[in-house]
Design a protein. Sequence first.
Length: 338
Amino acid sequence: MRVGGEHFRAMSWCGGVGGSLQWIDQCQLPHRFILRDSRDAEAVASAIETMQVRGAPTIGAMAAFGLALAFITDRRRFESYWLPRFRQTRPTAANLFHACDAMESVATDATDEGMIHAACAYADSEVERCRKMGEHLAEVLAIGERRILTHCNAGWLATVDWGTALSGIYHLARAGEAPSVLVDETRPRLQGARLTAWELFQEGISCRIQADSAAAWMMAQGRVDAIVVGADRIAANGDVANKIGTYMLSLAAREHGIPMYVAAPESTFDLHCPAGAGIPIEKRSDDEVLMAHGVDSNDQEHLIRIATVGVGANNPAFDVTPNHLITAIISEKGLWKP
Ligand code: MRU
């Protein structure tokens, strides 16, 4: 998608075997657009852990490139060290494990070029899935549902290109419709306020940021036609793990008769997990809740404390929405009723 009119992906490989992985540092957005270069598998694993790259399909593609780098630079420890290293970076998004499995299966008799090629093919296939999914989602949203509420960042930054929830909105906009988007700020890391609003602004799509706690009231006021979110893992019964706060949205949506759509590519489905209770939920640092990060009017970065020193916090990064609260799941293959 576009940044200042130029096309970018969340990450891309530059050059051949001697080349490097170029990726957007999402922790710097929206204040700074910084592209980083890595030829070091550990730097790639660490970027996933620190959420400099985040979003389920992007995490998967990043791990695929990281494993290609690990294969080239430290082939001897590819299976014993690097596969477990990448699988341990974040626990919830199924895409990470899908990508690690895909790279493991090609590594058996691959060359260095073959591993780079496999990682590029993996990223391209995620982009294509998201593009197709967006077409299906746009058809659903075109039926009068153009005031759309979304949560977290389910855009191109989260999926290499296009997005999951936002892919449908981008397709609608390109078809000449004028969707308007209510963006939940998405405490505590503010992926909505920092990333989703930035993406939509770059694409010229009308949006407003709201506190997460305003969502139910906006629904009650008749100002939401549909809710569209992405997913980090979908269990076999259609229960959906997504960013913390999604479950709360689904409860309010049910109360107000508003459709709740989930958009996700096949790589997010975990058919080995029978139900949401089996999905591992990442717990992150208390400081993400207790501290705030941003820039002042002189563009200087600050990390400031919000709460009383000594008070702890709960910080589950995801929740599970039970399938009966979901209107439909949209994948690249079409629309599914849980
Ligand atoms: O913790 P994050 O920012 O990686 O969480 C991302 C989300 O929860 C997204 O909604 C999800 O990955 C689906 S969109 C690709």
